[in-house]
Design a protein around this ligand. Sequence first.
Ligand SMILES: Cc1ncc(COP(=O)(O)O)c(C=O)c1O
Length: 385
Amino acid sequence: MVVQANRPAVRTLQPSLIRKLSNTAIGRTDVIPLWFGEPDKPTPAFIRQAAKDAIDEGQTFYQPNLGIMELRAALASYTNELYRTAITVDNVAVTPSGMSALAVALQTVVAEGDSLVIASPVWPNLPSTAEILGAEVRRVPLRPRGGTWRLDLDELFAACGANTSALMLNSPNNPTGWMLSDDEQRTILDFCRERDVWLISDEVYNRIVYDRDCAPSFVDKINDHDKYLIVNSFSKSWAMTGWRLGWLLAPKPLISSLEMISEFNFSSIFAPTQMAGITALQQGETFIRESRERYRRALALIERAFAELPRVSFPRPHAAFYAFFAVEGVSDSYAFAEQVLRQCGVGLAPGAAFGPHGEGYLRLCFAADAPLLQRALQQMSPLLQ
Ligand SMILES: Cc1ncc(COP(=O)(O)O)c(C=O)c1O
């Protein structure tokens, strides 16, 4: 008898190609790891201290499903300050990570047999989370044009059919650094209203943006009559990837459904983690600005190096901390990433991990110090020449 998952949607799931490749290097200490999407530095000390204080105070009990009220209020204020909006605590649900926010969002609005439309390449967890629920995912390609990435909105809208329940967008995008403009967001929102389609917007990179303080967001365009769910996370902006803390913004009438979905998924989140989140929101702006400057310098370094390599094409990212680049002659990104790992000792994510539209590309996370990036570029240069 073969023991396997009962649900076909689970049996057909594909593992992450980033994990698959990085697992081949477990135990190797000589690899420069630029394959995962996280800052290289630990969470700032002032944020860590807030969690330590909460532990010392004995804050070890269950918490409300939607998060500690003080954190929900801090998230509402943070959002309102950033985008001049009027979000209230009744629009906010705290989740144990951006990943869980996505899962809660999709469990709330997606049914088996629905189709979801998504711009791709994209972080694989977005389509996979929808597929686990038995939804069909339709991918619309982002294309490099004029030195940067673009989405054809007509193509996006044409992919929506009668059974499409949601449009899923991740802007700023992992892995390309593509970013929707305010006008494009307004057009998308109009389409969702007209077609009565949910908008699920993953905005976890909204503070890692290179020409302004925060990326365009749907939050300053929606109202409580819209069908929207905005996913965000503490992971990237405040270097808190391991803590597992995120949040959802949603229309007020949906919040009681989110509360129940939260109860039946994770029930509540460790209070010290939430206290760290409050401190991050209230005192973390300098850290965000400093990190952004560091990533901006890293991006410039990568751009200078790639400009010297005629085989490399690198559409410019507007945001996030990834270089998503193609190498002439490379059509199998997994095989090439394996070769880079074996011969150069550098861990890159294969573009195919982000869906078929990412094939032929490699992703390098540049949230790292300049000397390390320089060494990685130097070690890779024989394969990129
Ligand atoms: C586009 C995108 N959304 C969501 C997440 C989830 O972040 P976390 O679960 O760490 O909050 C990630 C992490 O890489 C991401 O790239």
